[in-house]
Design a protein around this ligand. Structure first.
Ligand SMILES: *Cc1c(COP(=O)(O)O)cnc(C)c1O
Length: 445
Protein backbone atom coordinates (compact mmCIF):
# COMPACT_ATOMS: atom_id res chain seq x y z
CA UNK A 1 0.00 0.00 0.00
CA UNK A 2 1.44 3.35 -1.05
CA UNK A 3 0.13 6.90 -1.14
CA UNK A 4 2.69 7.86 -3.77
CA UNK A 5 1.60 8.09 -7.35
CA UNK A 6 4.58 6.25 -8.79
CA UNK A 7 5.71 6.52 -12.41
CA UNK A 8 4.06 3.18 -13.04
CA UNK A 9 1.07 2.22 -10.96
CA UNK A 10 1.62 -1.53 -11.36
CA UNK A 11 5.25 -1.47 -10.27
CA UNK A 12 6.78 -3.20 -7.33
CA UNK A 13 9.82 -1.06 -6.63
CA UNK A 14 12.66 -2.02 -4.29
CA UNK A 15 13.33 0.56 -1.56
CA UNK A 16 16.68 2.30 -2.04
CA UNK A 17 18.28 2.49 1.38
CA UNK A 18 21.86 3.59 0.81
CA UNK A 19 24.27 4.58 -1.94
CA UNK A 20 28.03 4.32 -2.07
CA UNK A 21 30.19 4.89 -5.12
CA UNK A 22 28.78 3.05 -8.13
CA UNK A 23 26.43 0.98 -5.93
CA UNK A 24 22.90 1.37 -4.59
CA UNK A 25 21.76 -0.93 -1.75
CA UNK A 26 18.10 -1.71 -1.25
CA UNK A 27 16.38 -2.22 2.11
CA UNK A 28 16.84 -5.99 1.85
CA UNK A 29 20.56 -5.60 1.33
CA UNK A 30 20.58 -6.37 -2.39
CA UNK A 31 23.32 -4.49 -4.28
CA UNK A 32 22.81 -2.81 -7.66
CA UNK A 33 25.64 -1.59 -9.87
CA UNK A 34 24.34 1.77 -11.11
CA UNK A 35 25.44 1.56 -14.75
CA UNK A 36 23.03 4.25 -15.89
CA UNK A 37 23.59 6.85 -13.16
CA UNK A 38 19.79 6.78 -12.82
CA UNK A 39 19.04 8.63 -16.06
CA UNK A 40 22.65 9.68 -16.74
CA UNK A 41 22.50 11.84 -13.61
CA UNK A 42 24.92 10.43 -11.03
CA UNK A 43 28.20 11.50 -12.58
CA UNK A 44 30.12 11.10 -9.31
CA UNK A 45 28.29 8.06 -8.05
CA UNK A 46 26.54 8.00 -4.70
CA UNK A 47 27.50 9.34 -1.28
CA UNK A 48 30.68 11.13 -2.40
CA UNK A 49 32.16 12.36 0.91
CA UNK A 50 33.42 15.68 -0.52
CA UNK A 51 30.02 16.57 -1.97
CA UNK A 52 28.36 15.69 1.32
CA UNK A 53 30.84 17.91 3.15
CA UNK A 54 30.07 20.86 0.85
CA UNK A 55 26.33 20.34 1.32
CA UNK A 56 26.63 20.21 5.11
CA UNK A 57 28.71 23.40 5.08
CA UNK A 58 26.14 25.22 2.90
CA UNK A 59 23.29 24.04 5.10
CA UNK A 60 25.06 25.57 8.10
CA UNK A 61 25.46 28.88 6.22
CA UNK A 62 22.15 29.51 4.48
CA UNK A 63 19.77 27.03 2.88
CA UNK A 64 17.48 29.46 1.06
CA UNK A 65 17.36 33.16 0.21
CA UNK A 66 14.86 34.39 -2.39
CA UNK A 67 16.59 35.67 -5.54
CA UNK A 68 14.27 38.69 -5.65
CA UNK A 69 15.99 39.91 -2.47
CA UNK A 70 19.49 38.44 -2.42
CA UNK A 71 22.23 36.81 -4.37
CA UNK A 72 24.47 34.26 -2.63
CA UNK A 73 28.19 33.62 -2.77
CA UNK A 74 27.68 30.02 -3.74
CA UNK A 75 25.43 30.82 -6.73
CA UNK A 76 27.87 33.51 -7.91
CA UNK A 77 30.77 31.08 -7.61
CA UNK A 78 28.98 28.38 -9.57
CA UNK A 79 28.15 30.88 -12.33
CA UNK A 80 31.79 32.06 -12.48
CA UNK A 81 32.89 28.49 -12.72
CA UNK A 82 30.40 27.59 -15.47
CA UNK A 83 31.36 30.61 -17.57
CA UNK A 84 35.08 29.97 -17.09
CA UNK A 85 34.58 26.56 -18.74
CA UNK A 86 31.82 27.55 -21.17
CA UNK A 87 31.89 27.27 -24.97
CA UNK A 88 32.92 30.50 -26.68
CA UNK A 89 30.47 33.40 -26.53
CA UNK A 90 28.45 32.16 -23.56
CA UNK A 91 28.59 34.78 -20.88
CA UNK A 92 25.80 34.49 -18.31
CA UNK A 93 24.10 31.74 -16.33
CA UNK A 94 20.46 31.31 -15.32
CA UNK A 95 20.09 28.74 -12.54
CA UNK A 96 16.91 26.68 -12.20
CA UNK A 97 15.87 23.35 -10.67
CA UNK A 98 16.06 20.87 -13.54
CA UNK A 99 16.21 20.16 -17.24
CA UNK A 100 12.62 20.96 -18.18
CA UNK A 101 12.72 24.27 -16.33
CA UNK A 102 15.97 25.13 -18.06
CA UNK A 103 14.48 24.28 -21.45
CA UNK A 104 11.43 26.45 -20.79
CA UNK A 105 13.68 29.34 -19.79
CA UNK A 106 15.80 28.94 -22.94
CA UNK A 107 12.72 29.04 -25.19
CA UNK A 108 11.44 32.18 -23.46
CA UNK A 109 14.89 33.80 -23.66
CA UNK A 110 14.91 33.18 -27.40
CA UNK A 111 11.47 34.74 -27.78
CA UNK A 112 12.27 37.74 -25.58
CA UNK A 113 15.54 38.29 -27.46
CA UNK A 114 13.62 38.80 -30.70
CA UNK A 115 10.99 41.01 -29.07
CA UNK A 116 13.75 43.20 -27.57
CA UNK A 117 15.60 43.44 -30.87
CA UNK A 118 12.57 44.44 -32.92
CA UNK A 119 11.81 41.13 -34.62
CA UNK A 120 8.55 40.15 -32.89
CA UNK A 121 7.49 38.09 -35.91
CA UNK A 122 9.98 35.39 -34.98
CA UNK A 123 8.03 32.76 -33.11
CA UNK A 124 8.60 29.32 -34.64
CA UNK A 125 10.62 26.65 -32.90
CA UNK A 126 12.16 23.91 -35.01
CA UNK A 127 13.39 20.74 -33.32
CA UNK A 128 13.98 17.13 -34.34
CA UNK A 129 11.95 13.96 -34.24
CA UNK A 130 13.18 11.32 -31.79
CA UNK A 131 14.41 13.90 -29.29
CA UNK A 132 13.52 14.68 -25.70
CA UNK A 133 13.59 18.13 -24.16
CA UNK A 134 11.53 17.69 -21.00
CA UNK A 135 7.99 17.12 -19.81
CA UNK A 136 6.63 20.60 -19.07
CA UNK A 137 4.40 21.85 -21.87
CA UNK A 138 6.88 24.09 -23.70
CA UNK A 139 9.69 21.55 -23.47
CA UNK A 140 7.33 18.72 -24.40
CA UNK A 141 6.21 20.69 -27.46
CA UNK A 142 9.82 21.08 -28.56
CA UNK A 143 10.56 17.38 -28.04
CA UNK A 144 10.00 14.94 -30.84
CA UNK A 145 9.08 11.90 -28.78
CA UNK A 146 5.77 10.83 -30.35
CA UNK A 147 4.77 8.56 -27.49
CA UNK A 148 5.20 11.22 -24.81
CA UNK A 149 3.44 13.92 -26.87
CA UNK A 150 0.34 12.26 -28.29
CA UNK A 151 -2.27 12.63 -25.55
CA UNK A 152 -1.15 16.15 -24.66
CA UNK A 153 -1.00 17.40 -28.25
CA UNK A 154 -4.02 19.75 -27.91
CA UNK A 155 -2.10 21.60 -25.18
CA UNK A 156 1.21 21.96 -27.01
CA UNK A 157 2.46 25.16 -28.63
CA UNK A 158 3.11 24.87 -32.34
CA UNK A 159 6.56 23.44 -33.10
CA UNK A 160 8.08 21.93 -36.21
CA UNK A 161 10.20 18.84 -36.46
CA UNK A 162 12.84 17.74 -38.92
CA UNK A 163 14.56 14.35 -39.08
CA UNK A 164 17.22 13.51 -36.50
CA UNK A 165 20.81 12.80 -37.51
CA UNK A 166 20.64 9.04 -37.00
CA UNK A 167 23.06 7.30 -39.34
CA UNK A 168 22.23 3.69 -38.43
CA UNK A 169 18.65 4.19 -39.64
CA UNK A 170 18.80 7.04 -42.14
CA UNK A 171 22.16 6.98 -43.94
CA UNK A 172 21.65 5.75 -47.51
CA UNK A 173 23.56 2.84 -48.96
CA UNK A 174 26.72 4.17 -50.62
CA UNK A 175 26.36 7.61 -48.98
CA UNK A 176 29.35 8.81 -46.91
CA UNK A 177 28.73 9.80 -43.28
CA UNK A 178 29.73 13.38 -44.13
CA UNK A 179 27.27 13.55 -47.03
CA UNK A 180 24.58 12.02 -44.88
CA UNK A 181 25.23 14.65 -42.17
CA UNK A 182 25.02 17.45 -44.73
CA UNK A 183 21.75 16.05 -46.08
CA UNK A 184 20.26 15.75 -42.57
CA UNK A 185 21.32 19.32 -41.70
CA UNK A 186 19.91 20.57 -45.00
CA UNK A 187 16.42 19.74 -43.71
CA UNK A 188 16.76 22.66 -41.31
CA UNK A 189 17.28 25.12 -44.15
CA UNK A 190 14.30 23.69 -46.04
CA UNK A 191 12.10 24.04 -42.96
CA UNK A 192 13.23 27.62 -42.27
CA UNK A 193 12.42 28.61 -45.86
CA UNK A 194 9.05 26.84 -45.66
CA UNK A 195 8.07 28.70 -42.47
CA UNK A 196 9.45 32.04 -43.60
CA UNK A 197 13.00 33.06 -42.87
CA UNK A 198 12.00 36.00 -40.66
CA UNK A 199 9.49 33.89 -38.69
CA UNK A 200 11.79 31.31 -37.09
CA UNK A 201 13.12 31.93 -33.60
CA UNK A 202 15.18 28.88 -32.64
CA UNK A 203 16.43 25.44 -33.54
CA UNK A 204 16.69 22.98 -30.66
CA UNK A 205 18.77 19.78 -30.64
CA UNK A 206 20.63 17.37 -28.38
CA UNK A 207 24.24 17.09 -29.65
CA UNK A 208 24.22 13.40 -28.68
CA UNK A 209 20.62 12.20 -28.46
CA UNK A 210 19.83 10.70 -25.06
CA UNK A 211 16.95 8.61 -23.77
CA UNK A 212 14.67 8.73 -26.81
CA UNK A 213 16.95 6.99 -29.28
CA UNK A 214 19.95 5.94 -27.21
CA UNK A 215 23.29 7.78 -27.34
CA UNK A 216 23.07 8.72 -31.02
CA UNK A 217 26.08 10.86 -31.97
CA UNK A 218 25.89 13.30 -34.90
CA UNK A 219 27.59 12.64 -38.23
CA UNK A 220 30.86 14.55 -38.68
CA UNK A 221 30.20 18.12 -39.83
CA UNK A 222 26.46 17.96 -39.10
CA UNK A 223 26.50 20.58 -36.35
CA UNK A 224 28.90 22.86 -38.20
CA UNK A 225 26.39 22.93 -41.04
CA UNK A 226 23.53 23.49 -38.56
CA UNK A 227 25.44 26.44 -37.03
CA UNK A 228 25.98 27.95 -40.51
CA UNK A 229 22.30 27.64 -41.39
CA UNK A 230 21.23 29.22 -38.08
CA UNK A 231 23.65 32.11 -38.68
CA UNK A 232 22.53 32.58 -42.28
CA UNK A 233 18.89 33.05 -41.23
CA UNK A 234 19.40 34.72 -37.84
CA UNK A 235 17.95 31.72 -35.97
CA UNK A 236 19.16 31.05 -32.42
CA UNK A 237 20.75 27.65 -31.77
CA UNK A 238 19.64 26.04 -28.49
CA UNK A 239 21.64 22.95 -27.58
CA UNK A 240 20.05 20.65 -25.03
CA UNK A 241 22.91 19.01 -23.15
CA UNK A 242 20.78 18.09 -20.15
CA UNK A 243 21.78 14.44 -20.56
CA UNK A 244 24.88 14.43 -22.79
CA UNK A 245 26.61 17.41 -21.16
CA UNK A 246 28.80 18.09 -18.12
CA UNK A 247 31.43 15.53 -18.98
CA UNK A 248 29.27 12.56 -19.94
CA UNK A 249 30.79 12.26 -23.45
CA UNK A 250 34.38 12.88 -22.30
CA UNK A 251 34.45 16.65 -22.82
CA UNK A 252 32.71 18.99 -20.39
CA UNK A 253 30.26 20.01 -23.14
CA UNK A 254 29.30 17.64 -25.93
CA UNK A 255 29.31 20.51 -28.46
CA UNK A 256 33.08 20.96 -27.95
CA UNK A 257 33.56 17.81 -30.04
CA UNK A 258 31.53 19.40 -32.86
CA UNK A 259 33.65 22.56 -32.89
CA UNK A 260 30.68 24.88 -32.42
CA UNK A 261 29.07 27.07 -29.78
CA UNK A 262 25.34 27.49 -29.29
CA UNK A 263 23.53 30.75 -28.44
CA UNK A 264 21.84 29.02 -25.53
CA UNK A 265 23.19 25.93 -23.79
CA UNK A 266 20.86 23.93 -21.56
CA UNK A 267 22.40 21.70 -18.87
CA UNK A 268 21.08 19.83 -15.85
CA UNK A 269 21.46 16.14 -14.99
CA UNK A 270 25.22 15.84 -14.55
CA UNK A 271 25.54 19.41 -13.26
CA UNK A 272 24.54 18.47 -9.72
CA UNK A 273 25.08 14.74 -10.20
CA UNK A 274 21.82 13.99 -8.39
CA UNK A 275 22.95 15.51 -5.09
CA UNK A 276 20.41 18.31 -5.51
CA UNK A 277 17.89 19.22 -8.23
CA UNK A 278 19.57 21.78 -10.48
CA UNK A 279 19.57 22.92 -14.09
CA UNK A 280 20.94 25.93 -15.92
CA UNK A 281 20.83 27.93 -19.13
CA UNK A 282 24.07 29.46 -20.36
CA UNK A 283 23.31 32.39 -22.65
CA UNK A 284 25.41 34.36 -25.07
CA UNK A 285 26.61 37.88 -24.40
CA UNK A 286 24.53 39.01 -27.37
CA UNK A 287 21.27 37.78 -25.82
CA UNK A 288 22.20 39.26 -22.44
CA UNK A 289 22.93 42.64 -24.05
CA UNK A 290 19.54 42.62 -25.75
CA UNK A 291 17.92 42.24 -22.32
CA UNK A 292 20.25 44.79 -20.73
CA UNK A 293 19.68 47.43 -23.38
CA UNK A 294 16.00 46.59 -23.73
CA UNK A 295 13.61 45.99 -20.86
CA UNK A 296 16.40 45.46 -18.33
CA UNK A 297 15.20 42.07 -17.12
CA UNK A 298 14.31 38.59 -18.29
CA UNK A 299 10.60 38.18 -17.74
CA UNK A 300 10.59 34.85 -15.99
CA UNK A 301 11.47 33.42 -12.55
CA UNK A 302 10.91 30.54 -10.18
CA UNK A 303 10.77 30.37 -6.39
CA UNK A 304 13.74 28.01 -6.20
CA UNK A 305 15.97 29.48 -8.91
CA UNK A 306 19.56 29.91 -7.79
CA UNK A 307 18.85 27.76 -4.73
CA UNK A 308 21.96 27.82 -2.48
CA UNK A 309 21.87 24.08 -1.68
CA UNK A 310 21.52 23.23 -5.37
CA UNK A 311 24.32 25.62 -6.28
CA UNK A 312 26.53 24.09 -3.58
CA UNK A 313 25.94 20.63 -5.03
CA UNK A 314 26.70 21.81 -8.57
CA UNK A 315 29.85 23.59 -7.49
CA UNK A 316 31.13 20.65 -5.43
CA UNK A 317 30.43 18.10 -8.16
CA UNK A 318 32.14 20.21 -10.83
CA UNK A 319 35.11 20.98 -8.55
CA UNK A 320 35.67 17.28 -7.88
CA UNK A 321 35.43 16.34 -11.55
CA UNK A 322 38.16 18.89 -12.31
CA UNK A 323 40.29 18.15 -9.23
CA UNK A 324 40.32 14.40 -9.83
CA UNK A 325 40.75 14.76 -13.60
CA UNK A 326 37.68 12.58 -14.10
CA UNK A 327 37.13 13.52 -17.74
CA UNK A 328 40.28 11.57 -18.53
CA UNK A 329 38.68 8.59 -16.79
CA UNK A 330 35.50 9.10 -18.81
CA UNK A 331 37.60 8.90 -21.99
CA UNK A 332 39.59 5.86 -20.84
CA UNK A 333 36.66 3.93 -19.38
CA UNK A 334 34.54 4.95 -22.38
CA UNK A 335 37.09 3.35 -24.70
CA UNK A 336 37.12 0.24 -22.49
CA UNK A 337 33.30 0.13 -22.57
CA UNK A 338 33.36 0.39 -26.37
CA UNK A 339 35.80 -2.55 -26.53
CA UNK A 340 33.85 -4.69 -24.07
CA UNK A 341 30.55 -4.01 -25.87
CA UNK A 342 32.13 -4.84 -29.23
CA UNK A 343 33.53 -8.07 -27.83
CA UNK A 344 30.29 -9.16 -26.18
CA UNK A 345 27.76 -7.90 -28.76
CA UNK A 346 29.70 -7.27 -31.99
CA UNK A 347 28.76 -10.65 -33.49
CA UNK A 348 25.44 -10.89 -31.69
CA UNK A 349 22.57 -11.25 -34.19
CA UNK A 350 20.22 -9.35 -31.83
CA UNK A 351 22.37 -6.22 -31.62
CA UNK A 352 22.27 -4.06 -34.74
CA UNK A 353 24.26 -1.06 -33.55
CA UNK A 354 26.68 -0.15 -30.77
CA UNK A 355 27.21 3.61 -30.45
CA UNK A 356 27.87 6.60 -28.25
CA UNK A 357 30.70 8.63 -26.78
CA UNK A 358 32.59 8.49 -23.51
CA UNK A 359 30.49 6.99 -20.75
CA UNK A 360 27.35 7.52 -22.79
CA UNK A 361 26.80 4.48 -24.99
CA UNK A 362 23.99 2.26 -26.19
CA UNK A 363 23.14 -0.92 -28.00
CA UNK A 364 20.19 -1.02 -30.41
CA UNK A 365 18.34 -4.36 -30.56
CA UNK A 366 17.02 -5.89 -33.75
CA UNK A 367 15.07 -8.98 -34.71
CA UNK A 368 17.05 -9.23 -37.95
CA UNK A 369 20.50 -7.77 -38.29
CA UNK A 370 20.49 -7.86 -42.11
CA UNK A 371 17.24 -5.96 -42.62
CA UNK A 372 17.55 -4.04 -39.30
CA UNK A 373 13.96 -5.06 -38.56
CA UNK A 374 13.13 -4.30 -34.91
CA UNK A 375 11.46 -6.67 -32.46
CA UNK A 376 7.68 -6.55 -32.33
CA UNK A 377 6.96 -3.70 -29.88
CA UNK A 378 4.37 -5.94 -28.19
CA UNK A 379 7.25 -7.98 -26.72
CA UNK A 380 8.51 -4.88 -24.86
CA UNK A 381 11.97 -6.36 -25.08
CA UNK A 382 13.40 -3.20 -23.46
CA UNK A 383 11.26 -3.71 -20.35
CA UNK A 384 12.29 -7.38 -20.20
CA UNK A 385 15.95 -6.39 -20.32
CA UNK A 386 15.45 -3.86 -17.53
CA UNK A 387 13.76 -6.48 -15.36
CA UNK A 388 16.41 -9.12 -16.03
CA UNK A 389 19.20 -6.62 -15.39
CA UNK A 390 17.71 -5.50 -12.06
CA UNK A 391 17.43 -9.16 -11.02
CA UNK A 392 21.16 -9.46 -11.72
CA UNK A 393 21.98 -6.34 -9.70
CA UNK A 394 22.46 -4.03 -12.68
CA UNK A 395 20.83 -0.69 -13.47
CA UNK A 396 20.81 0.19 -17.18
CA UNK A 397 18.38 2.47 -19.02
CA UNK A 398 16.48 0.54 -21.71
CA UNK A 399 13.79 2.25 -23.78
CA UNK A 400 11.42 1.36 -26.60
CA UNK A 401 10.27 3.43 -29.57
CA UNK A 402 13.87 4.03 -30.63
CA UNK A 403 13.05 4.40 -34.32
CA UNK A 404 9.81 6.35 -34.44
CA UNK A 405 8.32 6.46 -30.95
CA UNK A 406 6.75 3.03 -31.42
CA UNK A 407 9.23 0.58 -32.93
CA UNK A 408 12.76 -0.24 -31.91
CA UNK A 409 14.52 -0.92 -28.61
CA UNK A 410 17.81 0.22 -27.15
CA UNK A 411 19.69 0.02 -23.88
CA UNK A 412 21.52 3.13 -22.67
CA UNK A 413 24.61 2.72 -20.50
CA UNK A 414 25.85 5.73 -18.54
CA UNK A 415 27.90 4.76 -15.50
CA UNK A 416 29.41 7.27 -13.04
CA UNK A 417 32.71 8.91 -14.05
CA UNK A 418 34.45 7.10 -11.18
CA UNK A 419 33.80 3.66 -12.74
CA UNK A 420 36.78 1.30 -12.88
CA UNK A 421 37.78 -1.27 -15.50
CA UNK A 422 36.34 -4.02 -13.32
CA UNK A 423 33.04 -2.11 -13.02
CA UNK A 424 32.85 -1.79 -16.82
CA UNK A 425 33.50 -5.52 -17.28
CA UNK A 426 30.86 -6.42 -14.68
CA UNK A 427 28.36 -4.11 -16.41
CA UNK A 428 28.86 -5.73 -19.82
CA UNK A 429 28.80 -9.28 -18.33
CA UNK A 430 25.52 -8.70 -16.54
CA UNK A 431 24.01 -6.83 -19.48
CA UNK A 432 24.91 -9.76 -21.75
CA UNK A 433 23.16 -12.17 -19.38
CA UNK A 434 20.11 -9.88 -19.15
CA UNK A 435 19.83 -9.62 -22.96
CA UNK A 436 20.15 -13.41 -23.23
CA UNK A 437 17.42 -13.99 -20.66
CA UNK A 438 15.12 -11.34 -22.18
CA UNK A 439 15.39 -12.71 -25.71
CA UNK A 440 15.03 -16.30 -24.47
CA UNK A 441 11.81 -15.26 -22.72
CA UNK A 442 10.28 -14.48 -26.14
CA UNK A 443 11.77 -17.57 -27.75
CA UNK A 444 14.66 -15.81 -29.58
CA UNK A 445 17.74 -17.30 -27.99
C1 LIG B 1 16.10 14.57 -18.77
C2 LIG B 1 16.12 15.50 -19.93
C3 LIG B 1 15.39 16.71 -19.93
C4 LIG B 1 14.45 17.07 -18.80
O1 LIG B 1 15.08 17.22 -17.58
P1 LIG B 1 14.25 17.06 -16.21
O2 LIG B 1 15.25 17.43 -15.16
O3 LIG B 1 13.78 15.65 -16.15
O4 LIG B 1 13.12 18.03 -16.25
C5 LIG B 1 15.54 17.56 -20.99
N1 LIG B 1 16.34 17.26 -22.02
C6 LIG B 1 17.06 16.11 -22.07
C7 LIG B 1 17.96 15.84 -23.22
C8 LIG B 1 16.94 15.19 -21.03
O5 LIG B 1 17.62 14.03 -21.09
Amino acid sequence: MTHLLHRSIQSDLPVAARGEGVFIYDRDGKVYLDASGGAAVSSLGHGHPDVLKALHAQLDTIAYAHTGFFTTEVAEKLADRLIEDAPEGLDKVYLVSGGSEAMEAALKMARQYFVETGQPGRRHVIARRQSYHGNTLGALAAGGNALRRTQFSPLLIETHHIAPCYAYRHQHEGESLENYGARAAGELEDKILELGEDQVMAFVAEPVVGATSGAVPPAPGYFRKIREICDRYGVLLILDEVMCGMGRTGTLHACEQEGISPDLLVIAKGLGGGYQPIGAVLLSGRIFEAFEQGSGFFQHGHTYMGHPMAAAAGLAVQDIIRRDNLLANVMAMGAHLTDCLAQRFGQDPRVGDIRGRGLFQAIELVENKETKAPFDPAFKIHARIKREAMQRGLMVYPMGGTIDGREGDHVLIAPPFIATKTDIETIVDRLGAAVDAATQSIGRA
